[in-house]
Ligand binder design. Structure first.
Ligand code: 28F
Length: 682
């Protein structure tokens, strides 16, 4: 193509490519030294940039790259993002945006591509006026991913050409090269996380290699496609030949429908509105259900603000004010009756509040609370106006909602009476312990653990096999009540729950006006929650030990639901664990091997040959006290799964599937995901 036909863009590109044959010796100018120091800083203290070098940090690498593609979508140029988990453990992300520019960037003397991948925080491609999406750690940029990858390959499809550059631990392995022509547009990044940096630590403090988890990727990509309506996201696990695709025209209204898809709702479709005020975009979807729980999730520039913030406060203030005004104005709340509280109006409410802010200020320990003061008033006025309109335009549905809110008010007052009853009772009986608790002799809670064991037979073996100094046993009858279906005030009356509360030493805190704990601001702690005083907890390890079968996983999920909804701070502190009993016992002559998964079983069988006898454990009761101790309770040999709260909306959904009225989907879900439920992280 002759010179005069090139566009300015292409002319610039060709200049970039004339860099092809730079002077032979590498030119270490000031920029290159900055680059090397920047990448070195990342490799020396990766935790500063991605939070940890465990599984969460590993997945942050993906979010950083995907966020750059989502930014292209927010800018209106990208419609499809594909994520591929490759068989060699590498990760590929492809988008159909404009493709990273290839011309030389003034400031760095390098191509824009090389700048994006080698200069720290170079990603900030947008000035004012649009919103830089960024993962939980607010966009450390693609250069951090590059520094923490053994290898990273970027391909740019732009101006009908394909450009490519490769880096090794962040250092360019050659310049940007034109490698072909194409009629595609977009950017493709493949990276191999650095195994010397990313690892987990097992019980014996040994480093173990970690891998991308399909379910983790699935949950976040699904969430991002909800948050960016019309964006198609595809994910493929090459090794398992499994592909999932997410595409929601309805955006966060579809998100609310997804969370509520196993719940009975009071109105259809969800309330949905979006309005921009003073450069802040406020988008909201809401739908009340028959449930008692509250599921309100808030986002800023697609970042999940688990700890809420000013957008949530504005939303809540508007909601409470509008519902009370509407109820009084339409004689649905008598003059003499007290106002609905915030908890009353949010009972059974599923809502997504997603705001887009040009300069978000994040606060709190995990930087997951929005601090911008102006956003509170903006959110409050947008929600007030839109919700008032919806109620007035939908009087029938409005009446359904107010009736439900009124029931919540009455239940709250009942629960208050029940709490007072529990307080009086425990005061009278001065912290009685349940009869069937086999307590331990150690008194320092930090050294003590309690096994919540399903069934009396396993309970018996556990009592016999345990170490009485620091291990307590509480046998629980099969199905404890389904915590989602009882009136809030009734939870205290269930004997199983009551003995668990007493055994654990959970005390109800004096009611504080506004519980400032994170769970409350995240809107996930229920009004009738036990509002616990964890300082009275008698054990710092609560270990759920149930059979590995479907019923066992159901009971375990019920217990997890109880802790998650009524004692969330305990989960946040990492006090809750799941015991991992062996699935198989393999015997050959004197040799006995216990296997905890099918893979280990196959390895042992391969070693012992087919003479070996394999026993598949159906339940804990098949092990005697000695075996139960050796395989599942002895801290020196057992494996415990620590339960951590990571994605509330997904956990919310899973619990519903398991708690829902519709037995069919629940049974089908448990069967299909028994393994998933077993390893359920909430
Ligand atoms: C798989 C990962 O990283 N996609 C990206 C773009 C598009 C532009 C851009 C990115 C400009 C100078 C900073 C294109 N045309 N996917 C991605 N797509 N970065 S990253 O610009 C980078 C800035 O350096 C882009 C016009 N404007 C912006």
């Amino acid at each position: 193509m002759s010179n005069n036909t090139m566009s300015s863009d292409e002319k610039l590109d060709s200049q970039a490519l004339n860099n092809e044959n730079p002077p032979q010796e590498a030119s270490y100018d000031a920029n290159s030294i900055d680059v090397l120091e920047g990448l070195e800083a990342v490799r020396v203290r990766p935790g500063m940039y991605i939070g940890s070098t465990g599984p969460r940090g590993l997945h942050h690498l993906v979010w950083e790259i995907v966020d750059n593609s989502v930014d292209e979508a927010l800018a209106g140029y990208c419609k499809n993002i594909t994520v591929s988990l490759n068989e060699d453990g590498s990760m590929t992300v492809i988008d159909d945006g404009r493709g990273i520019p290839v011309e030389i960037v003034e400031k760095t003397g390098k191509s824009a591509v090389e700048t994006v991948f080698t200069v720290l925080h170079a990603g900030g491609k947008f000035g004012g006026g649009s919103y830089k999406v960024s993962g939980g750690l607010h966009g450390v940029g693609a250069s951090v991913v590059n520094a923490l990858s053994e290898k990273l390959e970027v391909e740019v499809y732009r101006n009908g050409k394909v450009y490519s550059q490769v880096y090794k631990r962040g250092i360019p392995d050659g310049t940007l090269k034109e490698i072909g022509t194409t009629d595609l547009r977009g950017t493709k990044v493949t990276f191999w996380p650095d195994k010397t940096i990313f690892h987990d630590i097992n019980e014996d403090n040994e480093r173990v290699e970690i891998f991308f988890e399909f379910d983790t990727l699935l949950t976040r990509l699904r969430e991002m496609s909800f948050l960016n309506k019309g964006l198609r996201m595809m994910i493929t696990d090459k090794a398992k030949n499994r592909t999932e695709e997410f595409y929601y025209e309805g955006g966060i209204a579809s998100y609310v429908e997804y969370i509520n898809d196993t719940r009975n709702t009071l109105h259809k479709p969800p309330v949905y509105f979006e309005q921009t005020k003073d450069d802040v975009v406020v988008e909201c979807a809401m739908q009340w259900t028959e449930l008692y729980g509250e599921s309100v999730y808030t986002f800023v520039n697609n970042i999940n603000t688990h700890d809420g913030g000013t957008h949530l406060t504005g939303f809540r203030n508007a909601l409470t004010r509008v519902i009370n005004d509407y109820a009084r104005k339409n004689n649905l709340l008598k003059e003499a009756e007290s106002n609905f509280t915030g908890e009353d109006v949010r009972e059974g409410l599923t809502a997504i509040v997603s705001v887009k802010v040009g300069n978000p200020q994040f606060e709190g320990q995990t930087k997951e609370r929005l601090g911008n003061r102006e956003v509170q008033g903006i959110t409050q006025s947008v929600v007030t106006e839109a919700l008032t309109d919806w109620l007035e335009l939908n009087p029938k549905q409005a009446k359904e909602v107010i009736t439900k809110v009124n029931q919540a008010r009455m239940a709250r007052e009942a629960a208050q009476k029940a709490k007072n009853l529990v307080r009086r009772q425990s005061a009278l009986e001065s912290s009685s312990l349940p009869g069937k608790l086999a307590d331990c002799s150690e008194k320092d809670a930090a050294k003590c653990e309690i096994y919540l064991v399903e069934g009396d037979s396993a309970g018996g073996s556990a009592k016999q096999g345990r170490n009485r100094v620091f291990q307590a046993i509480l046998p629980l009858r099969g199905k404890i009540l389904n915590v989602e279906r009882v009136q809030p005030g009734r939870i205290y009356e269930n004997t199983e729950v009551q003995s668990m509360i007493q055994a654990l030493g959970l005390a109800v805190k004096e009611d504080e006006e506004e519980n400032t704990g994170s769970a409350k601001t995240a809107g996930l702690l229920r009004p009738n929650a036990l509002n616990l005083d964890l300082s009275k907890l008698r054990y710092h390890k609560i270990i759920i030990m149930t059979d590995a079968d479907v019923d066992g996983s159901h009971i375990r999920t019920l217990l997890l639901t109880f802790f998650y909804r009524y004692a969330r701070p305990m989960v946040e502190k990492g006090y809750v664990y799941i015991a991992q009993p062996p699935l198989y016992k393999i015997e050959k002559g004197k040799r006995i091997e216990y296997c905890y998964n099918d893979h280990k079983r196959d390895l042992v069988l391969a070693e012992l040959g087919d003479k070996a006898e394999v026993q598949r454990y159906k339940g804990l009761g098949e092990m005697n006290a000695e075996q139960l101790w050796e395989t599942t309770m002895n801290p020196a040999t057992r494996t415990l799964k620590q339960v951590n709260v990571d994605d509330a909306s997904e956990a919310d959904h899973i619990f519903d599937l398991l708690m829902g009225e519709a037995v069919g989907p629940r049974r089908e879900f448990i069967e299909r995901n028994a393994q998933y439920v077993t390893n359920l992280d909430i």
